[in-house]
Design a protein around this ligand. Structure first.
Ligand code: KIV
Ligand code: ZN
Length: 451
């Protein structure tokens, strides 16, 4: 029996909601670097920032709009003219701009935070969406704290903004209070009750205060939501947002239960996670689903025995499918520069020869002390040895872009020599010839460094 295939839009808010989490702020260059990785990952909508929040946010949204051309670029705005105009100013050069307007609708927020009545809220939502629509065809509306809003009033507001031109209705569980059955029912209610809803997309935006953000997002999709809002590593306000990598892999691994498709290139999930963690300096918890250090590690003897006989015994997805480097390649003091360069590439960095030499010297000293150099040691070494923004080329950022980014204030990038220059085998395992001008270099290096 053929299964119905439904496409779900992945809206990444790492650069906006994610950046709001304590200790996770990023500078202009870092945001651009991550935006390129999100593009490579196949994200459909990148929420690049909240342009009125600061000049830095405005400039980042503007720069991302100018260089990232495939996905939709969204900018957040409160439901007022100054925010919406500023958002449009930042977004107007994007190939596919989206203005994302939000206004709280729960009685708690209306009474204590906004100090407005329901009638005022309804009018403000309608007028703001109409103003955003006058600038941009693609308008998303979020009734903040939707899950604690009277459903009757919520549907009234949603109907008003659809009439005013909203194209996506995002339903935030702002405080992470909902549970899966309840959140799924809310989505179903909206689909049943809101006039015109069949012409717009419904979106899930879940926070993780009860650890249910991913489960709630999946329930929303099962109930008919066709966009999920999420972040790399699940970073975000307080306990974070729904983790992108978990949503994507749940749909992939349990496609029998979640017959939905995304455009995500899953092999870029781990590099994206590592890049974010390195940029914000916040390590990923080791047991984090999908991309944690231990997600594919097997310690117990019975498990090791099973995995060695057949990985299917204890692995429900392969490490390669999410871009986790081959764990069989153990880095120790006997490892050469080739292995080191490959592992660096797997972690998202490509170094020129001089930079790699530098890292290698330190690596050997460290390996002498601690025997096995793990990925987190290596990332630390890379951070210490070469500030990545200046002397390493993130593997997943096109060189042309790196050069463009340089013109926005970073130090100039050295041209990258391809490395390693060893004879690479072709698909049949036969080594391909190495260009003669590299051969001397190579022999010299092998002698010096024991490749
Ligand atoms: O959690 C939330 O309510 C938000 C909105 C601004 C969409 O992040
Ligand atoms: Zn949020």
């Amino acid at each position: 029996m053929a299964t119905e295939q439904v496409r779900v839009t992945v809206f990444d808010t790492t650069l906006r909601d994610g950046e709001q989490s304590p200790g996770c702020s990023m500078n202009h260059q870092e945001k651009l670097r991550l935006a390129h990785q999100l593009d490579r990952l196949g994200i459909d909508v990148i929420e690049a920032g909240f342009p009125i929040a600061s000049d830095g946010d405005f400039e980042a949204v503007k720069a991302i709009s100018a260089v990232i051309r495939r996905p939709v670029i969204a900018g957040l705005a409160r439901a007022c003219p100054a925010d919406i105009e500023r958002a449009w100013e930042a977004l107007k050069d994007a190939a596919h701009p989206r203005i994302h307007v939000f206004l709280a609708t729960s009685d708690i927020h209306l009474k204590y935070k906004l100090r407005i009545t329901r009638e005022q809220c309804l009018a403000q939502a309608r007028e703001s969406v109409a103003l955003a629509k006058s600038f941009c065809d693609d308008v998303e509306f979020s009734p903040e704290d939707a899950t604690r809003t009277d459903p009757e009033f919520l549907c009234q507001v949603l109907e008003a903004v659809v009439e005013a031109g909203a194209t996506t209705l995002n339903i935030p569980d702002t405080v992470g209070y909902s549970v899966p059955t309840e959140y799924g029912e809310l989505i179903a209610t909206i689909r049943r009750r809101v006039k015109g809803v069949e012409n717009v997309a419904i979106s899930a935006h879940c926070h993780n205060d009860l650890g249910l953000a991913v489960a709630n997002s999946m329930a929303a999709v099962a109930a008919g939501a066709r966009q999920v809002e999420c972040t790399i590593n699940g970073i975000g306000e307080r306990a974070g947002n729904a983790a992108l990598e978990e949503i994507v892999m749940a749909m992939r691994v349990r496609h029998d239960r979640y017959p939905y498709q995304t455009a995500i290139a899953a092999e870029h999930l781990f590099p994206a996670s590592q890049m974010l963690s390195e940029i914000v300096g916040v390590p990923v918890q080791p047991n984090k689903a999908v991309i944690g250090r231990n997600a594919f590690a097997h310690e117990a003897g019975i498990h090791q025995d099973g995995v060695l006989k057949n990985p299917l015994t204890y692995e429900i997805m392969t490490p390669q499918s999410v871009g986790v480097p081959d764990s069989k390649l153990v880095l120790g003091k006997h490892s050469g520069r080739h292995a080191l360069a490959i592992r660096c590439e797997q972690l998202g960095y490509q170094f020129d020869r001089r930079a790699l030499d530098d890292i290698y010297r330190r690596f050997v000293r460290l390996a002498d002390k601690i025997k096995h150099v793990e990925d987190h040691h290596l990332l630390e070494l890379i951070r210490e040895t070469h500030k990545p923004a200046s002397s390493a080329t993130p593997l997943f950022e096109p060189l042309a872009t790196a050069a463009a980014a340089g013109s926005m204030g970073s130090s100039t990038q050295e041209p990258i020599k391809p490395f390693p220059i060893v004879a690479q085998p072709n698909a049949f395992g036969v080594p391909l010839p190495v260009a003669a001008e590299h051969l001397h270099d190579q022999q010299q290096e092998d002698y010096l460094w024991g490749v």
